[in-house]
Structures are given as C-alpha cells and as structure tokens.
Write a protein that binds this ligand. Structure first.
Ligand SMILES: [Zn+2]
Ligand SMILES: [Zn+2]
Length: 225
C-alpha cells in the first residue's frame, strides 16, 4: 500500500468478489477517505448505504473528468448478480481512460460486445494504447455458457485485434483456482496461441509486481520493475 502513488480515483466495474473487495476498499480509503469511488449507480448506492460516502455514480455515455484524465464508460456484457435476487449487483461497466496522448481501456469482465469497439472508436483518429482484457478458461462443455459473459484467451486476442489497440495486457489469471479451471490455465492457453501470432510482440504478460512504462511514442515500450 505504501508504495502506491497518489490515487485520484477508484473505478469499480462490477460487484463480483474478485472486483469489489470491501477489505481492499477499506485499505485504500486508509490512504485517504476522500478518494472518490466511481461505480455503476446501483453499486454506488450500495456503497453509500455501507457508509462509504465518497462513492460516486458514473454512467455509460457520460464522460467524467478527473484531473487531466477523461473517463468514458460503456456497459460490459457480464452479469454481476450471482443469486437472481441481488439485482443491485447486476450492473457491469468498462472504462476508457485518456489523457489526450495516452489511453487505457479497462474492460473489467466482459464477453465480446460491440460496446468495446464503439468505446475504442470514440478516440479516433487516435487508437487505444493499452487494452487490459480479462482472460479466462472453461472446459469444453462449459465454454458456450462461459463465453456469454467472459473472454477466453482466444476471445481476448480477437477482441484485441478488433479494437486495434497497440498493446494488450491480459489480466484475470494467476489469482485463484475455480471449480472448473486452474489459476494458470488461461495464461497457458494464451502463451501457446502467441507462439504463432502476428501480434505476439504487442502482448505484454506482466507478473504480479511487474510494471510497464507506456508513452505515446509507438515504439517506446519497455518493461520495468
Ligand atoms: Zn465478474
Ligand atoms: Zn472477474
């Protein structure tokens, strides 16, 4: 925590436990309780009821300006609710962060949806510099259902190509074991797909703790520690 830079805002995509942790929020708010936390309306209201008064609503199609960064929001194809009755958790967002020269697309959890390309095209004539896309793994019998709300490694690569971003950083792997997939299944599949892929050099697989310095100069991408 102490190594984190100053935080201007926290963006929540949806309320699944791997994307919204009250413990993490508490720790982050320990740095400053006034850090605004942007979330879909239902989730912002929920946080507010839980006593987190710095929760703010962020809506699809309504850009928000934080310092020199514009945040554009779109609706992800992912159902945040788990139990049918917990509809306040159903909303899921994706965000495009842009400071006018470098841009980052963070989709949260999503399946392939035209909303991703529409969001990326809002930057034209520039293109997205970094696409942070989730990768997941499902056994064959579960793949159809899984892909309705998530990206497999192959889906993430094809979405990366559709969006025409400069760099892909895959996330959502290496964290926990699911009933039907191990923590490293998705990244193993991605690595094997990249062995023979035209855009392999543009895919940066970062381990926990690793960082990547990205500038707006097309060729200047160097991993740092
Ligand atoms: Zn999720
Ligand atoms: Zn997730």
């Amino acid at each position: 925590m102490s190594e984190l830079p100053h935080i201007d805002a926290i963006l929540l995509t949806h309320a699944h436990a791997d994307h919204l942790s009250f413990r993490s929020l508490r720790l982050l708010r320990g740095l400053s309780s006034t850090i605004p936390i942007y979330a879909p309306a239902a989730i912002a209201r929920w946080l507010d009821r839980e006593g987190i008064s710095s929760a703010r609503v962020i809506e699809a199609g309504r850009p928000v300006q934080i310092a020199n960064i514009t945040i554009r929001t779109a609706v992800a194809r992912h159902v945040g609710a788990r139990y049918g009755v917990d509809r306040w958790r159903g909303a899921a967002h994706m965000y495009l962060l842009d400071n006018g020269s470098v841009s980052v697309l963070f989709t949260g959890d999503t399946a392939i949806t035209p909303a991703v390309t529409t969001l990326a095209e809002s930057l034209l004539p520039r293109r997205v510099d970094v696409a942070l896309l989730p990768i997941g793994f499902a056994p064959r019998w579960k793949e159809y259902l899984f892909r309705r709300g998530h990206l497999t490694a192959a889906d993430a690569l094809s979405l990366f190509e559709q969006v025409n971003a400069r760099i892909l950083i895959p996330f959502h792997w290496g964290t926990f074991r699911h009933v039907t997939s191990g923590a490293y299944d998705a990244i193993r599949v991605l690595r094997s797909l990249l062995e023979d892929h035209a855009k392999a050099a543009q895919v940066k697989i970062l381990s926990p703790g690793e960082s990547l310095l990205v500038t707006n100069a097309e060729e200047d991408v160097s991993p740092t520690r």
